[in-house]
Design a protein around this ligand. Structure first.
Ligand code: PYC
Length: 331
């Protein structure tokens, strides 16, 4: 069998959502910043994204991370989605931190905590890895500032009429109360949530491009459905992020949790420094805390804590005569 291409990866999952970190086989990229290198990759090598993320090597929910040199931080990385490039990705940042630890790149396993800065297209973030008993026990990332851009936008689509807040958390989100959309935040409710969420996203984005949503110019990447609960441990935001009609975030979503923090602080539902738990439909939590941003009252700095687990090490190849070299996705 003649091999025309190979790419090696280390895969992990963060609260159920997959991350595929590329460890070998990528071409050199041009650009002074990580955002510029991501643009270069997109212009010249987008077929590598679909090769790695689409079927038969991946699937709609797969997220990839390409590491690249940074002149401003300890590491540089950009995020590949199955449909688009992401400016920031929280679950994949946690997956990357655990992968770097697995590769021995961020300190010895008996060191209780290692920290590094990471340049991503959205900006520079700080990541802390806490270890216990020689293994990673928690990863915290201090995200780019999050803010509410517009609140109380009425969106009618998918058979429902809801009120959405448009919020930046490293990606753009439309935040919708799950109950108001008839969405159930359980594994059994996922198909209905994806149909309703993708219809709401399409309608909200049509409103944004028509200039009907004051203060918002960029389309939302996802709809985040949420419900608030409390228990003896405090506030829980149960949530489900719908990215596309066939794609939802299995994790509580790092950038979505950041957006949710900004919304809850803006509404006075939580205070700065008050940790909440953001919980996915599989009952796995992140801990999320809003911190103040110096010189800004309209934004918060989200600190998100979670954990990832390595699932495999791969060497993906393209063999001669493969009829689907770029992979495929079916909606
Ligand atoms: O965790 O930020 C996140 C994320 C975005 C898309 C998928 N996961």
């Amino acid at each position: 069998m003649a091999i025309r291409r190979w790419i090696s990866t280390i895969d992990s999952h963060t609260a159920g959502h997959p991350t595929r970190v590329v460890t070998g086989g990528m071409p050199p990229l041009h650009g002074d910043t990580v955002a510029a290198r991501c643009d270069d990759f997109r212009a010249r090598f987008d077929a590598l994204r679909t090769f790695l993320l689409h079927e038969p090597r991946g699937h709609a929910a797969m997220v990839g991370v390409v590491m690249t040199e940074s002149r401003r931080a300890d590491f540089g990385a950009f995020f590949l989605g199955s449909y688009k490039y992401l400016e920031m990705c929280g679950h994949a940042t946690i997956g990357l931190a655990v992968t770097l630890d697995h590769m021995g790149q961020i300190g010895a396993s008996d060191v209780p905590e290692s920290s590094f800065t990471l340049e991503v297209p959205a900006g520079i973030i700080t990541v802390h890895v806490r270890r216990a008993g020689g293994a990673v026990a928690a990863v915290t990332f201090e995200n780019v500032p999050a803010h509410v851009a517009s609140s109380g936008v009425t969106v009618e689509a998918g058979g429902v009429s809801v009120s959405a807040d448009v919020v930046w958390g490293g990606n753009w989100y439309g935040l919708v109360e799950a109950r108001s959309a008839g969405v159930e935040l359980t594994p059994a409710g996922v198909s209905h949530a994806m149909a309703t969420g993708s219809a709401l996203k399409a309608r909200l984005n049509a409103m944004i491009s028509a200039g009907e949503v004051p203060g918002v110019v960029r389309p939302v990447d996802s709809i985040l459905f949420h419900d608030t609960q409390t228990d003896a441990g405090g506030v829980i935001s149960r949530q489900l992020v719908v990215l596309e009609s066939n794609k939802f975030d299995r994790s509580p979503c790092g950038t979505g949790s950041s957006a949710r923090l900004a919304q809850m602080v803006a509404r006075g539902e939580i205070g700065l420094g008050q940790p909440i738990r953001t919980r996915n439909i599989l009952d796995v939590d992140f801990t999320a805390t809003a911190k103040a941003v110096e010189g800004r009252t309209d934004a918060i700095e989200p600190h998100i804590v979670g954990l990832a687990h390595i699932t495999g090490e791969h060497r993906f190849v393209l063999s001669d005569g493969d009829p689907l070299p770029d992979g495929f996705l079916c909606r």
